[in-house]
Design a protein around this ligand. Structure first.
Ligand SMILES: C[S@@+](CC[C@H](N)C(=O)[O-])C[C@H]1O[C@@H](n2cnc3c(N)ncnc32)[C@H](O)[C@@H]1O
Length: 190
């Protein structure tokens, strides 16, 4: 049986591949990009620019080592999405996989809106309540130190706040990872 974190990581990678295949953005940003999970899926598709943002510089170095020779333009920023400002040309799509639980929701939504072109998409993945341990074992061990700021994100609250921030709701669905955890996947239009 697959370990829960493996199923979760595979699911996030698969979802990123799906949204890129569906929306065909030429530029994307990954919020909480960690080691670049899912970027291996974009090599054969027409993404010309990838922006990765993470609070952990070491993760970004890992991402750079893995992908700098495979992506036409890879811009990596270390910083706190709840506090810092990041300056780069707006992107067509933002993938926010399991990052909302670390950052205050409205702050993250405003960050996203400021980084998207008009009509651009924010795809969020949030975990739904589960009896399985919330922070699964991770190859990125320092992630556990962030657990003090973890909070559960209510999908209903997220959609309400997204509307208030200026997004339109394009789609909502629930997916299940190998291992049994369930996740809400929302697409918001700027
Ligand atoms: C659960 S992992 C994300 C997994 C990844 N998105 C994926 O698709 O596999 C959460 C990531 O968010 C980063 N993170 C946590 N709080 C953050 C913050 N305030 N600003 C930026 N990155 C943050 C962590 O360092 C970690 O890499």
């Amino acid at each position: 049986m697959a370990l829960p974190y493996v199923g979760q990581s595979q699911l996030l990678s698969q979802l990123l591949g799906e949204v890129i295949a569906s929306y065909k953005p030429s530029s994307i940003a990954l919020f909480g990009c960690a080691g670049g999970n899912g970027l291996e899926r974009i090599s054969s598709i027409s993404v010309k620019r990838v922006v990765g943002i993470d609070i952990n510089q070491q993760y970004l170095e890992h991402t750079a080592a893995r992908y700098r020779d495979h992506i036409p333009r890879l811009d990596l920023f270390a910083g706190d999405l709840g506090v810092d400002q990041f300056v780069f040309d707006p992107v067509e799509l933002i993938f926010a996989g399991l990052i909302f639980k670390y950052v205050e929701t409205t702050k993250l939504l405003k960050q996203a809106l400021s980084m998207l072109i008009s009509g651009g998409r924010l795809v969020s993945v949030v975990q739904l309540p589960s009896p399985i341990e919330d922070v699964t074992p991770s190859p990125y061990t320092t992630l556990k130190s962030l657990s003090s700021v973890l909070h559960m994100v209510s999908p209903k609250n997220l959609t309400v706040l997204a509307r208030e921030t200026g997004f339109e709701i394009e789609s909502e669905r629930v997916v299940t990872a190998t291992g049994g955890k369930t996740f809400q996947v929302d697409t918001f239009r700027a």
